[in-house]
Every structure is written in C-alpha cells, then in structure tokens.
Design a binder for this molecule. Structure first.
Ligand SMILES: *Cc1c(COP(=O)(O)O)cnc(C)c1O
Length: 356
C-alpha cells in the first residue's frame, strides 16, 4: 500500500543509542539534554535566533493566540489543516475567513482589509504546502490596523523566503514535527518569535506558567517536548538534507511527466522544501476518477485540504468560493523519501490515462 506519505525512520539502533543517553541521565522529559541539543541544532540549521520545541504543532498555535492576548475576531485562511481554525475557536476567538489566491492557495492579502471590523485582533494565516503567504503585504496591513500576525508554518521546515527562514515572519510562527511532516519527532512542533519579551511569554506558557519551581509568571499549559520525542528528532536530523534532495527529485519527475493538471505555483524568491505534491484537476469528477483508479492499484493519495474550512460543521461563515472550488479538485500525490521510481511511473501513468 502506497500512501500520500511515509514516515522517515532511521535505523533503529541509532534511535536506541540516543535513548541510552536519556536512560543514563535518568531524565526523560522537562527539557533535558536531548531537547536542548535538538533546539541548538535546529537554530543553526534553520538560521533562526530562537526556538521553543513543543509536544505537537497545534499547541503552539493556541499558545500564540493566548500569549498575544487575542480576544475577538481573527482573520484566517479556509485552506489549511483543521488545526488552524480549531485553535482559534479553542481559544475562544472567532475565525473570519478570507478567501485564498487561486494559484498560490495562501490567503488572498488583497481581500483582508475588507474583512477587518472593530473586533478584529489578529491574522492567522498558513504558508500552505510550504508556500509563503504575501508576508510583506500582510505585515503592512497588520501595522495599519494594529493587528498581530501568527503564521501556521506547519509545512515549512527548511523553507526560506528572500534568503530568510520563513519562521522569521509574523509576531509568532509555528511548525509541526508530526510523523507526516518533512522533519519529524513522531509528534512534535515548535514556535518562533524574534521578539525577546514575547519569547519569554511563549516559553512560560508552554511550561504551566512556571517561574522556577515555586513561583509563576502567569497562566500556562503543558506543551513541553519530551526527551523521547527529541531523541527521534536527533536521529532524523542528520538525514534532513538527504530527505529534501530525494523529495526534490521526485517532485521534478512528477512535474516532467504529469499532463493536463494544474500545479502549485510557488511565490517568487522562495526556496522550497518539497513538502507536498498537490495536483488540481479540472473537475471533482476527474479527481474522483483518478482517486478510484489509484486506489484500485493500492495507491492512496489524500484530499489535502478538503473540506474547505469555512464548511466545518461547527462554524458559520460566509462561503469562500475559491477555497471551496480548489478543495474539491485538489489531491496530494505520494511524496516521501525513497519512493520507488517504478511506483511513481505507475502513478503517473494511471493519472495521465484517467484524464486524457
Ligand atoms: C500538521 C498541521 C498542524 C498540526 O500539527 P500537529 O503537529 O499534528 O499538531 C497544524 N497546521 C497545519 C497546516 C498542519 O498541516
């Protein structure tokens, strides 16, 4: 069975060797040596000033909303994973959807200002599939209207925009290290900010609000990454360049051989991480036919992202027609380290045949 992704697992001995360090130290969580080492390695690799690793990629979104004190409406994208929207609601705020750009699939910055009301407090946008939002325009809008900006950069490990880590943009940026992502710790994530005061607030929020064992800065939650997760990160980390180079070649091959489909348009000056390979068909019927033919050959692509989040059952929102349309027609094809070329050829052949 070939799925949309396959978790990269290094040789188990390498994981065991790192776990041994946790055993020897008798320390398996609460920011031990492995978490700290992982943070240092990631800072250097990503060329970012700071990072807080977390137990998943969803809590950082919730913590960012909380730490920035957002209460009211948050402008957001309908084309993302559900965690983007659910975090807003979980924090007691109201998501206000702004439709997406039909080719970049990120929030359409030209439509943001029309959605701002006196209750708007922030913007939470996703660099979907690792494709950067129009960060400069969004920053200008936020400045004009005194709004905070959070980027859900769950898909963005290693992405740079204008030679800067994409994690440097926004008041807070978050990432996911879930097993399905380009870099992973099984479950895991991270948050980033360039503001040192905000960094301290994010930090205590992820550790129950603690200021030492006997005192508290304020309200917090538990979003700490464990040593067991960090150990996974430390064994995956040395392979990351190899993983990305391999994915790049798979993407190149798909692009060269797939016919009559729309592909993701990357924003100019982006150095991408080849995180997903979305294909947009002319109609939903064409997508369903392709999906059926692939499934019959034990290939299971995923409908990322469907449904458009403005259609979630617990939401009342103005419909976003572009996002709904793209959601119905987009399919992410298998893309992972060591995807067999013969399997890829077969996938391409099935798709080209189904839509010819
Ligand atoms: C994966 C993902 C998340 C959530 O990350 P977890 O680590 O699974 O909690 C959030 N937003 C987007 C866009 C994602 O794809």
């Amino acid at each position: 069975m070939i799925n949309v992704t396959k978790t990269f697992l290094p040789p188990q001995e390498e994981y065991n060797a790192i776990l041994k360090r946790a055993w020897n130290a008798g320390w398996i969580t609460n920011r031990g040596a492995l978490v700290q080492e992982l943070e240092e390695k990631l800072k250097t690799y990503l060329k970012i000033p700071n990072i807080i690793v977390t137990t998943n990629g969803t809590l950082p979104l919730q913590i960012a909303i909380k730490a920035l004190g957002l209460k009211g409406e948050i402008i957001t994208t309908p084309f993302s994973y559900v965690a983007t929207t659910s975090s807003i609601i979980w924090e007691g705020c109201t998501p206000v959807f702004v439709d997406i750009h039909p080719e970049y699939f990120t929030i359409d910055e030209t439509k943001i200002e029309a959605a701002i009301t006196p209750k708007t407090r922030g913007i939470l946008a996703t660099h979907v599939f690792g494709n950067p939002c129009a960060v400069e325009e969004i920053e200008a809008i936020a400045k004009r209207h005194n709004l905070k900006v959070i980027y859900d950069a769950a898909h963005c490990f290693g992405v740079t925009y204008k030679n800067k880590s994409i994690f440097e943009f926004g008041d807070v940026s978050t990432c996911s290290f879930h097993a399905t992502k380009v870099f992973h710790t099984g479950e895991g994530g991270a948050m980033f900010t360039n503001n040192t005061e905000l960094f301290d607030t994010l930090f205590y929020h992820h550790n129950f609000g603690h200021n030492g064992p006997l005192d508290f800065y304020g309200l917090g939650v538990n979003a700490k990454m464990s040593e067991l997760q960090a150990a996974m990160g430390l064994v995956v980390f040395p392979y990351i360049d190899e993983i990305i180079i391999d994915r790049k070649e798979i993407v190149r091959y798909y692009k060269e051989h797939l016919k009559n489909v729309q592909l993701l348009k990357l924003r100019e000056e982006t150095q991408w991480n080849f995180s997903y390979f979305p294909v947009i068909f002319k109609t939903e019927e064409a997508l369903l036919k392709v999906q059926k033919d692939l499934n019959e050959n034990s290939v299971y692509p995923r409908r990322y992202f469907y449904p458009s989040l403005d259609k979630l059952p617990y939401i009342e929102a103005r419909p976003c027609s572009i996002s709904q349309d793209i959601s119905r027609r987009i399919l992410c094809l298998p893309l992972f380290y060591n995807l067999d070329i013969e399997i890829q050829k077969n996938i391409i052949q099935i798709i080209n045949k189904a839509i010819c």
